[in-house]
Write a protein that binds this ligand. Sequence first.
Ligand code: NAG
Ligand code: NAG
Ligand code: NAG
Ligand code: NAG
Ligand code: NAG
Ligand code: NAG
Ligand code: NAG
Ligand code: NAG
Ligand code: NAG
Ligand code: NAG
Ligand code: NAG
Ligand code: NAG
Length: 415
Amino acid sequence: MMRISLLGLLTVVTPALAHGRDPHQKTCHVPAIGGGEDDGPAILAAFKECSKNAKIVLDKYYVVDTLLLTKGLENVDVELSGTVQYTPDIAKWSPQSLYLTYQNATTFWFLSGNNIHLYGGGTLDANGQVWWDTFNNTHNAGTAGGSSRTFARPIPLTVGNATNVVVENIQQIGSPFWNNFVYQSTNVTYKNINIRTVSYSSSPTANSDGWDIYRSDHITIRDSIVINDDDCVSFKPNSTNIVVANMWCNGSHGISVGSLGQYAGETDIVANVFVKNITMLNAQNGARIKVFGGNPSPNSTVGGGTGYVKNITFEDFFVSNVDNPVLINQCYSTPAATCAQFPSNLSISDVHYINVTGTSSGAEGSVVVDLECSDTCEDITATGTKLTPKNGTAEYICKNIASTSELDFNCTAPS
Ligand SMILES: *[C@@H]1O[C@H](CO)[C@@H](O)[C@H](O)[C@H]1NC(C)=O
Ligand SMILES: *[C@@H]1O[C@H](CO)[C@@H](O)[C@H](O)[C@H]1NC(C)=O
Ligand SMILES: *[C@@H]1O[C@H](CO)[C@@H](O)[C@H](O)[C@H]1NC(C)=O
Ligand SMILES: *[C@@H]1O[C@H](CO)[C@@H](O)[C@H](O)[C@H]1NC(C)=O
Ligand SMILES: *[C@@H]1O[C@H](CO)[C@@H](O)[C@H](O)[C@H]1NC(C)=O
Ligand SMILES: *[C@@H]1O[C@H](CO)[C@@H](O)[C@H](O)[C@H]1NC(C)=O
Ligand SMILES: *[C@@H]1O[C@H](CO)[C@@H](O)[C@H](O)[C@H]1NC(C)=O
Ligand SMILES: *[C@@H]1O[C@H](CO)[C@@H](O)[C@H](O)[C@H]1NC(C)=O
Ligand SMILES: *[C@@H]1O[C@H](CO)[C@@H](O)[C@H](O)[C@H]1NC(C)=O
Ligand SMILES: *[C@@H]1O[C@H](CO)[C@@H](O)[C@H](O)[C@H]1NC(C)=O
Ligand SMILES: *[C@@H]1O[C@H](CO)[C@@H](O)[C@H](O)[C@H]1NC(C)=O
Ligand SMILES: *[C@@H]1O[C@H](CO)[C@@H](O)[C@H](O)[C@H]1NC(C)=O
């Protein structure tokens, strides 16, 4: 076997002699320096050397203090069986993480290209505690769950500008912000991802979404566990043809469409979403749709956007101790008076709830379903709904639902 040492940074095994899955596959093994030294340059060198028809092996404990901008990959296997731990150097990462144009989101790792397979049972550890404690004391946030430009909280893994990607068998712990961002990508599948974003101090783990999907098409997220304190999965503007299945979420804010319609002059679309077999425990919401109200200002950043939410199905959705098991809010983060005068310009239609069962937490009294539209929502159906409030008789609130005849519960107007 011929091994070539590249700048002393990584070992390349030449194609004919490699013992990988594909005997012709070139393989780059990334060494770890140890002693807290930055392994980022060696990882980047491997992604450069093995960027096409190749395999990269990350089987050590890596400390990463350098932005992982790994682009232009073509037919690449990334075996992460070790741990990638990002340094908690806020002063360094805040300017250095990659800025992603939506809600001031930034990332530690931008994985980009075509035909990428990331797998291996390894861990992404983003050292979140330091970020949560600092954030708790600075409150340096953006709007509607956004980050801030002056105190970035990077995302551990962004699959961005990518096509035909599979990410599987990975653990993610300690994310400072969203765990995963699917950004401007097509045909990406995640499976067997185990996410734990848990704080060991009194600081909350703000904005610790499991996934956010943005400007992406044909995305599947399945067979995964999420323990966090914000959306389990969130469909941001222009998420289409999405499947989310077999998820176990604890402590989250639900499976959420939105928020959408935040920016006047912008069109946001979420369509063809199929959510099936979800266990949602101890959560703020279960199946949620959140859309801003209207706004008279042509450059509003607090509502007034247009677009639509269409063809969304939530099926076999079990909730336990959830504040709002089923929720549509088309006046999200908008004063009621503004919504009354300027209903949302972003329509909601063709939304189906099938076999949503379980118990609410009692945080909303005996309300278990709350469908409140500021404009008219059309073609909303529910079958097999069996939701029990913590005490009292279940209440189902509806407002501006075009027809309630295909709901299997009796609606009352909001008080
Ligand atoms: C982006 O960050 C700036 C401050 O750095 C903040 O004012 C703004 O609200 C943030 N934008 C969003 C969408 O969160
Ligand atoms: C992603 O693609 C967009 C559009 O082609 C491009 O403007 C942007 O620079 C790309 N981002 C990165 C990090 O490569
Ligand atoms: C989606 O990506 C997977 C993995 O790369 C690939 O096997 C599959 O053929 C792709 N599907 C389409 C429709 O391109
Ligand atoms: C988080 O902030 C709260 C109040 O803003 C404070 O009481 C608490 O001590 C802070 N926690 C930590 C770990 O700094
Ligand atoms: C439903 O999802 C759970 C994980 O939450 C999984 O264990 C179970 O096998 C799934 N059921 C089906 C029918 O796929
Ligand atoms: C689920 O969340 C509850 C409430 O936060 C917590 O008490 C419990 O330990 C969690 N279970 C797991 C397995 O994380
Ligand atoms: C979403 O897609 C629509 C239609 O293609 C487009 O007009 C709009 O600008 C997109 N919005 C975003 C936020 O990318
Ligand atoms: C509705 O969405 C589902 C799930 O993505 C898709 O299979 C179906 O074709 C869509 N229906 C229409 C009419 O687009
Ligand atoms: C909207 O933008 C115009 C100029 O671009 C500015 O004069 C005006 O103050 C802005 N209005 C709001 C509500 O931000
Ligand atoms: C309803 O969903 C639960 C999972 O939450 C599943 O076990 C059950 O089989 C489903 N019932 C029907 C009639 O499909
Ligand atoms: C449920 O019980 C709690 C006390 O255990 C009480 O405060 C609350 O008003 C009750 N809610 C309803 C809807 O009866
Ligand atoms: C709805 O109310 C009507 C009239 O009170 C009643 O006959 C019907 O059984 C109720 N339906 C459900 C699902 O509770």
